[in-house]
Design a protein around this ligand. Structure first.
Ligand code: NAI
Ligand code: MG
Length: 338
């Protein structure tokens, strides 16, 4: 039986890479019944709203979405749709796997996953200025928020993910030596939760600045990393850099009742409509979605097909140094799925 899922083609290269992903998933026999919905500039064109009510209703109904990149117009315009979706569905976990796919990058054989808390910390900060003399912005004040429940759900998600995916270690990343309350609570809760997984998943702790250095010195020592919002924002881009940049990076936003999967890159207006976009980041996001619904068999087959297409057939798009079009790559992937 098919699993209803919302599909948002998005803007720029979105429709091209979504078409490729739908074709590859079809060949794989992925069990999704797609409900196409608009968002971003496409939402404005279709319904006069970057996040039309029909799109929100669809995600509320399916609890599962694959989302192409959305253009955020600079200079005013509307609030980020991504942030609105995160808030609307309380998507507390941002999951960013990083895996070396082609040799010759900065680091080879990297396979790690970063879990970033997505709703708390300094990103819900209450910020204000205090004036001194005739300078109204003489002092800036920001207050972040961490809750025990917020720490518990992201850390539990990280450990459960490790168990489900056969991963061996979870590293708690914090700055509890200095920010004793806002990140101390995270570390305290992490140590408590780790006890429930004793003998199944090892636990490890790192202070965020040392972790940043160690990720560059010896990234292979890490497996699953879990951390608070601001640290996770920075480290997730760092680990994407370790494996060759945002073009190959998938991401998932997970909540209790909904999950949204996407590529980390944007709508790439400079190459939109040319048929040369790399669909792999979005395809890997679809792979995460397959794992999320328990189809690890299909997720593994997909990962193998991507590996063989890139490394045996050497079919690669321009951003990876190849000459393949989006359709060439799609056809090669489908041949490998067989
Ligand atoms: P971008 O990621 O769209 O593009 C940066 C560079 O990478 C461009 O040269 C582009 O051609 C290339 N690139 C990106 N994805 C590619 C792919 N799949 N295949 C081949 N080349 C690829 O970032 P940029 O230009 O800063 O943003 C463009 C628009 O996307 C903006 O409106 C921005 O707000 C939006 N954006 C949306 C995101 C989302 O919906 N999750 C994330 C990041 C940006
Ligand atoms: Mg970021």
């Amino acid at each position: 039986s098919l699993i209803p899922a919302t599909l948002i083609p998005g803007d720029g290269i979105g429709p091209e890479i979504v078409e490729a992903v739908v074709a590859v998933l079809g060949a794989l026999g992925a069990p999704f019944a797609w409900d196409y919905q608009a968002a971003g500039m496409a939402g404005i064109e279709a319904a006069g709203d970057p996040l039309p009510p029909a799109t929100l209703d669809s995600i509320a109904r399916t609890g599962l979405a694959l989302k192409g990149p959305l253009t955020t117009p600079s200079g005013g315009g509307y609030r980020s749709v991504n942030v609105r979706l995160r808030e609307a569905f309380k998507l507390y976990a941002n999951v960013r796997p990083a895996r070396s796919l082609i040799p010759g990058g900065r680091f080879e054989n990297i396979d790690l996953v970063l879990m970033r808390e997505n709703l708390e910390g300094y990103y819900v900060a209450h910020e204000h200025f205090i004036g001194v003399g005739d300078d109204p912005h003489a002092v800036a004040v920001s207050q972040g928020v961490t809750t025990r429940e917020g720490c518990r759900r992201i850390i539990r998600y990280a450990f459960d993910y490790a168990v489900r995916h056969g991963r061996k270690k979870v590293t708690l990343v914090h700055k509890a030596n200095i920010l004793k309350a806002i990140t101390g609570l995270f570390l305290e809760e992490g140590r408590i939760i780790a006890k429930d997984y004793e003998g199944r998943v090892a636990v490890d702790e790192r202070i965020v600045d040392a972790c940043a250095m160690q990720l560059v010195m010896n990234p292979w020592q890490f497996d699953v990393i879990v951390t608070t919002n601001l640290f996770g924002d920075i480290l997730s881009d760092q680990i994407a850099g370790l494996v060759g940049g945002l073009g190959m990076a998938p991401g998932a936003n997970i909540g209790a009742t909904a999950a949204i999967f996407e590529a980390v890159h944007g709508s790439a207006p400079d190459i939109a409509g040319k048929g040369i976009a790399n669909p792999l980041a979005l395809l890997m996001a679809a792979g995460l979605m397959l794992g999320h619904v328990g189809r690890h068999d299909l997720a593994d087959r997909l990962a193998r097909a991507i590996d063989l297409t890139l490394n045996e057939d050497k079919v690669r798009t321009g951003d990876l140094g190849g000459t393949a079009t989006t359709r060439d790559l799609t056809a090669a992937l489908i041949r490998r799925i067989g």
